[in-house]
Write a protein that binds this ligand. Structure first.
Ligand SMILES: [Zn+2]
Length: 346
């Protein structure tokens, strides 16, 4: 997740740059303001399961007009298992690029993917702090339909915080863990729908200070590679998981994304009864989806960038496992699996 309060380009959590956010939360019933900043919670659309809520800004995509009734049961991940993964990942300690713990975590992830179709996207990143090995790990779960749904989540922790006691339970840990649980849900059968690729991304964090050139090392490399080999054209949707384990879960509507996909995720959340955890805030933000977003891929960044009061646990030694909850893994996990189901039906 980016670290650029100086520019206020991110969701403005820092006290210096949060006026609209505070107003938004303080006056959720002010209709004009809600229209302006998208206070989706509590709207009539969010309170009903049908039809799908659509934001005012979204150009409604071509939803099949005569789709048959959907009687498929809602998906359920094993949220306790996902939480246990987060606990184990965090127990490795700091897992910044180039560290021994990072290598251990690579092996941990690969151990969980034995028997799956796994690819590496490995290279050396030349950074302001020197050269680092970077390794995106890709697990592919084939489907019968032509096209790919990609889910990304970073597994590295913050290099500049390597000696601070920062272990990234939520920031790095939760994303690693939920992808491992997705793999459990996907393996063992050919999907009746799109192929799903899971990518544990590396080098998401800046090595010094967030900028266009010091951040997103793994995904910048992967997006370029997939652009060259034609993969990008096959991607129907790309969703990023980041900081999704916070026990006080409020997923932001990151406006740097495809409106129809953000709406589809909300529809999936409504189906599971989870809508109160989605989109109370909105704003543009930079995360692992950006190198794909800028290339025209339909993306959505699922992040709760309000971690502790005023985001105090973010990039702090207090980002520890006790701040996370299995319930949050359930909310995000089930919602994303349902989103995949909805994508398959489109
Ligand atoms: Zn971060």
């Amino acid at each position: 997740m980016k670290t650029a309060p100086e520019s206020c380009r991110a969701f403005p959590r820092a006290p210096l740059c949060a006026p609209w956010l505070r107003i938004c939360l303080a006056l959720p019933l002010t209709i004009a303001l809600a229209n302006a900043v998208g206070c989706a919670r509590g709207t009539s659309a969010g309170a009903t399961a049908s039809p799908a809520p659509k934001s005012e800004s979204a150009a409604a995509p071509a939803t099949p007009e005569a789709a048959p009734p959907d009687s498929t049961p809602l998906p359920h991940i094993d949220s306790k298992r996902a939480f246990q993964y987060a606990r184990e990942v965090t127990a490795f300690g700091p897992r910044y690029m180039g560290s021994e713990n990072h290598k251990k975590l690579e092996h941990y992830i690969l151990d969980h993917l034995k028997g799956d179709q796994v690819e590496d996207d490995a290279f050396t990143a030349d950074t302001v702090e020197g050269k680092f090995p970077v390794r995106n790990i890709i697990a592919k779960f084939p489907g019968t339909r032509d096209g790919i749904i990609v889910i990304l989540g970073h597994y590295d922790t913050v290099y500049p915080l390597r000696n601070s006691g920062f272990v990234g339970a939520n920031d790095g840990g939760s994303s690693t863990a939920i992808l491992l649980e997705y793999a459990n849900q996907l393996r063992g059968k050919t999907r009746d729908g799109y192929s799903v690729w899971l990518v544990w991304t590396d080098g998401e964090e800046a090595v010094r200070q967030w900028s266009d050139t010091d951040s997103l090392y793994g995904t910048r490399h992967l997006a370029e590679k997939w652009e060259k080999d034609g993969t990008l054209k096959k991607i129907k949707a790309l969703m990023v998981m980041d900081m999704i384990g916070d026990a006080d879960l409020n997923i932001d509507r990151n406006t740097k994304g495809a409106p129809w996909l953000l709406d589809l995720i909300y529809e999936a959340a409504v189906r599971g009864g989870y809508q109160s955890h989605f989109y109370a805030r909105q704003g543009p933000d930079e995360d692992d989806h950006i190198p794909f977003y800028t290339r025209g891929v339909p993306t959505a960044d699922l992040i709760d960038f309000d971690y502790g009061y005023n985001n105090v646990f973010w990039h702090s030694p207090q980002d520890t496992i006790d701040k996370l909850s299995p319930k949050s893994f359930e909310i995000v996990g089930n919602t994303i699996l349902e989103t995949i189901h909805l994508l398959d039906r489109r």
